[in-house]
Design a protein around this ligand. Structure first.
Ligand code: ADP
Ligand code: MG
Length: 237
């Protein structure tokens, strides 16, 4: 039986925070895998541990115990330079508040991660156009964030997150500031990117109406996964 190679595996992840004499257990033994071309939704109420989990998977934070394997490499064994390379080339991040630079146009915002990665100007421009077309915003490329709606800004942020072709996109409550129509459009875009580009998406949300679009739904409650509902056998063999 062949087995699809995991992109990411979380193994018995724990993360606690100490505040004075109080210890808060934000993650209490999380195990999960993300496969290439899979759209995983992590659903849970505020304070359940979604942000903590995504930050650890993305190498922005380290677990108190447990492991993250990224392409089967233990992230704890990587030095700062290797972690930076992974965050720059292998992982795209999307946040609730979009995080676009206000003085730059949509095009310039999307181009920026490629400048940082040292991509040449011709390729930068071609690639920025390609991803802005992908999210349906090429006609608005010259506009600054304040001239765009929330849904449009988030689509620019998604274009920026995938411009360096990372295999993994992490989205922390990407629809938290959007109305239901735009929220559905963003999750629909993730689904389409997974299907067309083979990228993997892990998106945290507290909105259960969006879950039907994901391949897999992980429910987190008080720092532990309580439900592991799989849609189909695509990633099981
Ligand atoms: P969610 O994203 O699902 O709302 P979080 O991962 O942000 O949940 O938080 C999980 C728990 O960890 C919460 O109880 C929160 O208060 C706590 N927490 C998160 N970050 C910190 C921190 N830096 N210091 C102390 N407690 C924290
Ligand atoms: Mg959060």
């Amino acid at each position: 039986m062949s087995r699809v190679q995991r992109l990411v595996a979380a193994i018995d992840l724990h993360r606690s925070y100490t505040l004075g004499s109080e210890v808060i257990s934000a993650l209490r033994g999380v195990n999960m895998s993300v496969f290439p071309g899979q759209f995983v939704a992590v659903v849970g109420r505020s304070g359940s541990g979604k942000t903590t989990l995504l930050n650890i998977v993305g190498g922005l934070d380290r677990p108190s115990s447990g492991q993250i394997l990224f392409e089967e490499r233990d992230m704890a064994s990587l030095d700062e330079h290797e972690l930076t390379q992974i965050r720059r080339h292998k992982i795209g991040f999307v946040f609730q508040s979009f995080g676009l630079l206000p003085l730059l146009s949509a095009f310039e915002n999307v181009e920026l991660p490629q400048r940082i990665a040292g991509v040449g100007v011709r390729e930068r421009r071609a690639r920025a156009r390609e991803v802005l077309e992908m999210v349906g915003l090429w006609p608005r490329a010259r506009h600054r964030p304040y001239e765009l709606s929330g849904g449009e800004q988030q689509r620019v942020a998604i274009a920026r997150a995938i411009v360096n072709r990372p295999p993994l996109l992490l989205a922390d409550e990407p629809t938290g500031e959007l109305d239901s129509v735009n929220a559905r459009a963003i999750f629909g875009l993730f689904k389409q990117m997974v299907q067309d580009q083979g990228i993997s998406v892990v998106a945290a949300t507290h909105d259960s109406t969006l879950l039907a679009m994901a391949d897999e739904v992980l429910e987190i409650r008080d720092g532990a996964l309580v439900q592991h509902e799989s849609r189909g056998q695509r990633f099981r063999t």
